[in-house]
Write a protein that binds this ligand. Structure first.
Ligand code: PDD
Length: 293
């Protein structure tokens, strides 16, 4: 199967993308009533699937929607989706899955006896731009205008979209969000700072998405003797950081070298980032070659 015609999964069927349709009264379309996950697959192997499915369970329970599949059923379906979209054995992909509360009469109250809509795609994972490693990225700070359930990976992304677009309009790659004087995360990424060789990230809670990449970085730091801790980060601490990183499943670890127009870590990716990205690439490589899952 070539990727000229990607195969998608919709409500129990694998079919070509251009034949996949959802009724206009789907609550995802009408209300943004649903949740999603984004899972990379390296060399055909889903990255940290158990962790992504555990987060999916939390998102679903956060919106009071039953998971339509067991974890084993998700594994089977997503693995088949990846297989059907494989163009070469080593090509990386990323799965994007969405579950909405289904098709129903327009009414805010939950519908009764309505089957959820389940949709999933697997696309080639765009390569990380080389400039991220050589130059880093620019970020700007913005007020976190989102709601109070940011731990739920909700499809309702309008605030994130507006924040990201403002960053782009101002020549940056990502927005770093500040709520009540503390840094929460990026518009679509988690945030780390490095201070005196210690890696610091805000603790989990309702103001940020519990990122799978974030957890792996803390794990790698612990395994490899890099000092790390979870602690609130004030705006002042952000500006005084030795290094700033932004992490996500599709962008890995982005070193921020310009914050609101001011250079960070001398305007180039810092030494702790250089060490961590090497550990991260090594972890991915082992996954590709089947050494661990
Ligand atoms: N977004 N915080 C937010 C608000 C995010 O949207 C994301 C990821 C993250 C990082 O989480 P993870 O490491 O599990 O990818 C943090 C994905 C990639 C997206 O919406 O496309």
């Amino acid at each position: 199967m070539t990727n000229a015609s990607p195969v998608v999964y919709l409500n129990g069927k694998f079919l070509p993308l251009d034949q996949a349709c959802v009724p206009v009264l789907d609550r995802g379309f009408i209300f943004g009533d649903g949740v999603y996950e984004v899972i990379p697959a390296y060399g055909g192997r889903l990255f940290r699937l158990a962790e992504h499915l555990a987060r999916l369970d939390h998102s679903l329970s956060g919106i009071r929607l039953a998971n339509p599949f067991s974890h084993a059923q998700w594994d089977t379906m997503l693995s088949e989706l990846i297989r059907q979209n494989t163009v070469s054995d080593n090509a990386d992909q990323y799965v994007y899955l969405q579950i909405t509360r289904g098709v129903a009469k327009r009414d805010h109250a939950f519908p009764k006896d309505t089957a959820p809509t389940v949709f999933a795609t697997s696309s080639p994972l765009p390569p990380i731009p080389e400039t991220y490693a050589t130059q880093g990225i620019a970020a700007i700070t913005l007020e976190d205008i989102r709601w109070k359930y940011c731990h739920i990976k909700a499809i309702t992304l309008l605030p994130n979209i507006l924040l990201r677009q403002e960053a782009i309009d101002r020549g940056a790659t990502e927005a770093i969000l500040i709520r009540g004087g503390s840094v929460t995360e990026g518009a679509a990424s988690n945030l780390f700072i490095v201070k005196n060789n210690t890696v610091i990230t805000p603790p989990k809670g309702p103001v940020l998405l519990p990122g799978i990449t974030r957890d792996l970085i803390l794990e790698l730091a612990q395994t490899h003797g890099i000092a790390s801790r979870e602690a609130a980060i004030s705006e002042g601490e952000l500006r005084a950081a030795d290094e700033i990183w932004l992490t996500s499943s599709t962008k890995e670890i982005m070193p921020v070298t310009l914050l609101d127009g001011t250079p960070v870590s001398g305007g180039k990716p810092g030494p702790v980032w250089v060490r961590m990205i090497a550990l991260f690439q090594d972890y991915k490589h082992k996954l590709r070659s089947g050494t661990h899952v």
